[in-house]
Design a binder for this molecule. Structure first.
Ligand SMILES: [Zn+2]
Ligand SMILES: [Zn+2]
Length: 183
């Protein structure tokens, strides 16, 4: 599993997010236990979604006796606070990419959508208010009480689209040069 080389800047960012999460829990009279904090730190240290099993494996490097229920309880807590999100299709977790200040009091319940790149596996969290409204209205029109919904959009990200175009024009150029050389 890729933990990616984190710079000290990244480490500072992770510490700042952990501190903000702790503050927020304190304000709501909820305890951010050591294990919850550790699981959040592990997820934050990944740039890509990470599965529960991988989290458990990494946790066991410091807590040899960590058991699956411990991890699942911590994940449930972090999900309920909106600090992480679950990607259903990938059965994996990713840290919320927004600052807590952005969502204010709504942070634990904020609704998200994900753009998943099939090429580089980058996952981007977006907060499209109109998408949520449309889902809520459509569900309500069917008399359906919605508890939870995850919108996951698969495709090719802007960076990969850009890289692909470059690669394609490089191939064309090589082909043309090769054809010219044939004459
Ligand atoms: Zn989020
Ligand atoms: Zn991509």
């Amino acid at each position: 599993m890729k933990t990616s080389g984190k710079t000290s800047d990244d480490q500072h960012k992770i510490e700042a997010i952990l501190a903000a999460a702790e503050e927020e829990c304190k304000a709501s009279n909820i305890r951010m236990t050591a294990i919850r904090r550790e699981v959040l730190r592990l997820i934050l240290s990944h740039d890509r979604p990470v599965g529960a099993y991988d989290i458990l494996e990494e946790l066991r490097l410091t807590r040899r006796n960590a058991a699956p229920p411990t991890v699942y309880r911590a994940l449930d807590f972090l999900l309920s606070r909106g600090l992480i999100h679950r990607l259903e299709r990938l059965a994996a977790f990713i840290a919320c990419s927004h600052t807590r200040a952005l969502h204010g009091l709504d942070a634990p319940r904020h609704k998200v959508q994900f753009l998943i790149c099939l090429q580089c596996h980058d996952v981007r969290e977006i907060c499209g208010g109109e998408i949520e409204e449309a889902i809520a209205e459509t569900a309500a029109a069917s008399g359906f009480t919605r508890h939870h919904s995850t919108v996951e959009i698969e495709g090719i990200c802007d960076q990969c689209t850009h890289d692909n175009l470059h690669a394609a024009s490089a191939v064309n150029l090589t082909k043309r040069t090769a054809q010219q050389a044939d004459f």
